[in-house]
Design a binder for this molecule. Structure first.
Ligand code: PEP
Length: 251
């Protein structure tokens, strides 16, 4: 299984800035990315074509959207379909990032529709899950993970290819805060995710990648990806500079 090192640029970067960052990243990892590593950049819609052009032809590098809408086309002002994303070179999309759940108000059900529709339309999907600090304090980590996985994976087509479904466990209190989850907390949560995946997809669960996200940096990435059931990382802040994300990609 290839470790997946994913960048999430959120609502940052003009096209020129995105191009410069992607070029710096590519120049730093070119010829050095191990066979068992994959790098994905999730960029804002306006920068997708630009970043895609930089990544093109670079083995192990793929382009992702940060979101999608679960319909082929139609009167959905402001939304983007999987076909449009594939048209600009995306092979991945995120679904259910905590910022979309908490700021935009996406429900577990809508996130599940996005995952299923993206997969059915040829994208690999990174389903983001994770508890808030209040939920952790209330002892509800497993309950939240269980609910978000159940709804997020509800309509995954039965014949899905395991590499195309990725779960990113991102405790909300660790996103953009500089506070990384402890190793025990990561191992416990990822172990629980794996068990749940085994319940849902008994034959494919071991091949589904589980990423950790939450204040991953060049200095802590190697320890995190060495933990049990950690198959890569999803990185926000530290992915915005080509140099720091290249260190993470090669960690
Ligand atoms: C994220 O946006 O998914 C994320 C994990 O952000 P950060 O790395 O900045 O915590």
């Amino acid at each position: 299984m290839k470790k997946l090192m994913a960048a999430n640029w959120k609502m940052y970067k003009t096209r020129a800035e995105a191009k410069a960052t992607a070029e710096e990243l590519v120049s730093r990892i070119k010829g050095k990315l191990p066979e068992d590593r994959e790098v994905v950049i999730a960029a804002p819609y306006t920068a997708l074509a630009t970043v895609g052009a930089v990544l093109e032809g670079n083995a192990g590098c793929s382009l992702s959207a940060e979101n999608l809408y679960p319909a082929e086309q139609g009167a959905f002002t402001g939304e983007i379909s999987p076909a449009m994303l594939k048209d600009v070179g995306c092979t991945y999309a995120l679904a259910g990032h905590s910022e979309r759940r908490s700021i935009i108000g996406e429900t577990d059900e809508l996130v599940g529709e996005k995952v299923a529709f993206g997969l059915a339309n040829g994208l690999s999907m990174i389903l983001c899950i994770g508890e808030t600090i209040d939920e952790r304090k209330a002892g509800e980590v497993q309950k939240v993970i269980d609910r978000q996985l159940e709804a997020g994976l509800k309509d995954v087509p039965a014949d899905f290819v395991p590499e195309t479904v990725v779960v990113a466990y991102e405790p909300v209190w660790a996103i953009g805060t500089g506070e990384v989850a402890g190793e025990d907390e990561i191992v416990e949560a990822h172990g629980f995710v794996r068990k749940k995946l085994e319940n849902i997809f008994p034959e494919k669960a071991s091949e589904i990648r589980i990423l950790y996200g939450g204040s991953v940096k060049p200095g802590n990435c190697a320890q995190i990806i060495a933990l049990d059931n950690v198959d890569g990382v999803l990185v926000g802040g530290a992915s915005l500079e080509g140099e720091s994300f290249s260190q993470i990609a090669l960690a």
